[in-house]
Design a protein around this ligand. Structure first.
Ligand code: ATP
Ligand code: MN
Length: 521
């Protein structure tokens, strides 16, 4: 460990009595995880571990420090919940005392694949699996040298906040972000997604404010003509799946920035869902799950170390992380030109949105601000009904600023570049709602997206949707024409009109809260 790192640990107050494993190689991390009985090796060579009590993020337990600097910038509310500096200090002290008493895994890495915006991160984790996650998701430094550290993140996942009620916290676990002092503390949850999404929250704050960079919860890839495409969407709508495409080069699968003339990946790795994963449908992702990749919360087939991707007994949100170069056709450097096509992905479980529609500028802002998808929530045992979910900018949970700040930046970029095409893609249900219809086959969605990018959707013209008012194509190569018009796929035609109207009303109602900000643009 060099002086820089030991000084930084000292400044943070971490005086470990146990061992400090700094920047240890992947093979050694795997050995540690296996020797500690924290993980298993799978037959593909990947490491598999369980994140324990939490297999997803805990939005109720995420806090941002409210101080004189963040006070006026952050959009405070149910998503961005305030915490005092004093409480942050208390949690930080507990985490540092805890991490000083156990072996720790320390790593220097960076986010933002752009020399102007690069942020160095020092992570201090209690588990080798978490350190492997950091290694996979962020970019390793070329040399440690005299790099300065921009952000520190402490992950004390086995620590619990037993007196949480006294402290005014909802739970014994907590994710706390101090945007001013640039420190993050995670206590009581081992779900690795908290690590990446807390850094994402930090970037969503500093880059738009300080650097005029639009930060986006989206995937990005690029075709042979340098044509970049962005894929926005809430969880499970297909960002990771659709951006991994043998015809195109992957820039990144989840978090990007868009400055004056380029887009860049924040991360150095991918974090893919693995439920139902098959080689046939998603060969790039399937093949990436090899030595060095980390699997979370998956199960094995009986008496084997072969992963059973159909078995969701631990959670539906089973995942894998791997460095982006594990995907064969990923771009080194994680950058691309400004996009030619933007896809908003919504998994519409009501089955009323067309598989693909074209949006004008106003519609683009409307759908961006609404950030719609539908979840299929269990109500009674055996009966599941769709519930509309709205998350502004397709990622409100990670956006500290007011959604209109991001929407205004997008509007300006679309105005300045009128050649950019914006599409709304329904990666959810066709031929009726969940329970009646079916999920649109992945092959169809890929083909629709390919045709949109190749300009072949325009060849036979578009028709205007009577309820939503956007345009959808009449024909698409290699796709049955009838699936393009959602109403034609419904047996109950009146039922379609009624459900489409209901969804439109939900869109409008959700939009109302933002309308006052949009008007004078
Ligand atoms: P997150 O933000 O949580 O990472 P994501 O947007 O990256 O979510 P994916 O990991 O791509 O979501 O998940 C999409 C899931 O839906 C995959 O398991 C994929 O196989 C499945 N799927 C089924 N049909 C489709 C379709 N038509 N289009 C896209 N994905 C589909
Ligand atoms: Mn994803």
């Amino acid at each position: 460990m060099n002086n820089l790192i030991s000084n930084q640990l000292e400044t943070l107050g971490i005086n470990s009595n146990g061992s400090i494993y700094f920047q240890i190689p992947v093979a050694e991390l795997v050995e540690h995880a296996l020797v500690n009985h924290e993980a298993h090796l799978t037959d593909s060579g990947a490491l598999s571990f369980n994140t324990g009590e939490f297999t997803g993020r805990s939005p109720r337990s995420r806090f941002l420090v409210k101080d004189s600097s963040t006070l006026t910038h952050v959009d405070w509310g149910q998503v961005n919940k305030p915490m005092t500096s004093a409480l942050f200090d208390e949690l930080f002290n507990r985490a540092k005392t805890y991490l000083s008493s156990i072996p720790i895994y320390v790593r220097l890495s960076h986010v933002c694949n752009h020399p102007n915006y690069k942020q160095n991160i020092l992570s201090i984790c209690e588990s080798p699996c978490q350190d492997l996650f950091v290694n996979n998701m962020f970019t390793p430094p070329k040399s440690i040298g005299d790099t300065s550290i921009d952000w520190s993140i402490l992950v004390a996942s086995s620590l619990k906040i037993n007196d949480f009620e006294t402290l005014g916290l909802p739970n014994s676990h907590c994710v706390s972000i101090d945007l001013t002092r640039r420190q993050i503390v995670i206590i009581g949850t081992a779900y690795t997604g908290e690590i990446k999404k807390s850094i994402f929250s930090a970037l969503n704050y500093i880059l738009p404010l300080n650097n005029d960079v639009l930060t986006m919860h989206c995937a990005a890839n690029v075709g042979s003509k340098n044509d970049t495409a962005l894929f926005f969407g809430l969880s499970g709508t297909g960002k990771t799946t659709l951006s991994s495409d043998h015809d195109r080069i992957l820039i990144g699968d989840d978090e990007h920035g868009w400055d004056k003339d380029s887009i860049f990946n924040f991360e150095g790795g991918c974090y893919a869902k693995t439920i139902g994963l098959t080689f046939k449908n998603e060969p790039q992702i399937f093949n990436a799950i090899r030595f060095g990749a980390l699997l979370e919360n998956v199960s094995f087939k009986p008496n084997s170390r072969e992963v059973d991707y159909e078995n969701a007994s631990i959670t539906e949100n089973m995942r894998t992380s791997y460095p982006i170069n594990f995907i064969q056709n990923a771009i080194a450097g994680g950058r691309g030109e400004a996009p030619e096509n933007i896809f908003f992905l919504s998994a519409d479980a009501f089955g009323v949105l067309p598989p693909i529609s074209k949006l004008n500028l106003e519609q683009a802002i409307y759908y961006f601000i609404n950030g719609y998808t539908a979840k299929v929530a269990g109500t009674e045992i055996g009966i599941k009904s769709p519930v509309a979910t709205f998350s502004a900018c397709f990622g409100a949970a990670f956006m500290p600023l007011h959604p209109m700040k991001y929407a205004d930046m997008l509007r300006q970029k679309l105005k300045d570049n009128p050649q950019i095409k914006v599409w709304l893609v329904n990666t959810g249900w066709i031929a009726g709602p969940f329970g009646v219809g079916r999920r649109i086959p992945l092959d169809y969605t890929r083909q629709l997206i390919r045709s949109a990018m190749a300009n072949t959707l325009a060849e036979h013209g578009f028709q205007t949707h009577p309820v939503f008012n956007f345009e959808f194509p009449r024909e698409c190569p290699n796709i049955p024409t009838k699936i393009l018009n959602p109403k034609q796929m419904w047996e109950n035609l009146d039922g379609y009109d009624e459900q489409a109207q209901k969804l439109k009303t939900m869109f409008d109602q959700n939009y109302q809260q933002f309308e006052v900000f949009v008007e004078n643009k």
